[in-house]
Design a protein around this ligand. Structure first.
Ligand code: MTE
Ligand code: MO
Length: 188
């Protein structure tokens, strides 16, 4: 098992500019309106710690990483989805995306992390803000998050469109879309 977290992503590492950076919350929101949060507004949200293992689909697991940031449930309390929302699409800079079920987004260890093991995230690992869904394969843990889209109809994200499993539960080894059972993903 690797003791440090390898760097894995598709495409370039974005440059963070705090004055132009924003986090968009849109789609099936409770009010119907979309919101753009500044970096300052994100930093004013409540901060929590999550300690969890991290599972990559290419088979490494990094045990016991301590993340700090905004719990997805806390974000949802402040900026609620509509009752019809069943899934969430998380968008990064440069168009990377991943979809998760609302139940996975609302899980108590799902966090929009700013820190890992006491230090601010490095650019390679998603600075300034990354999603961490520890109980799903790591391609769902979107680095450089820029938008949260509440979905009333599920859609596939970047890897889910390219042959990876829509749900991605490592305990059930849900790696590839051909393993999907009825109801686990939108038609391919
Ligand atoms: N924006 C973005 N986030 C991403 C990826 C990516 O290509 N782009 N790759 C994912 C994959 S496949 C993995 S295994 C993890 C790796 O996280 P790490 O580089 O911090 O180890 O990031 C995930 N988040
Ligand atoms: Mo990965």
């Amino acid at each position: 098992m690797p003791r440090t977290l390898p760097v894995l992503h598709y495409g370039p590492v974005p440059v963070f500019r705090p004055d132009t950076w924003d986090l968009r919350i849109f789609g099936a929101t409770e009010s119907g309106a979309e919101r753009y949060l500044s970096w300052e507004e994100v930093c004013a949200l409540p901060v929590s710690d999550v300690v969890a293992d991290f599972h990559c689909v290419t088979k490494f697991t990094v045990p016991g990483i301590r993340w700090a940031g905004v719990l997805a449930v806390d974000l949802m309390t402040e900026f609620p989805p509509a009752p019809t929302a069943t899934h969430v699409m998380i968008w990064a800079d440069f168009g990377y995306s991943a979809n998760v079920r609302m139940t996975d987004f609302a899980a108590d260890q799902t966090v929009l992390a700013t820190h890992r093991d006491g230090n601010q995230l490095t650019p390679d690992h998603g600075f300034p803000l990354r999603l961490v869904v520890p109980h799903l394969y790591a391609w769902k843990s979107v680095k450089w998050v820029r938008a949260i889209e509440y979905l009333s109809i599920d859609r596939r994200g970047f890897w889910e469109e390219r042959g990876y499993h829509n749900v991605a539960d490592p305990w059930h080894e849900q790696r590839y879309s051909y393993q999907e059972m009825d109801g686990e993903g939108p038609p391919l």
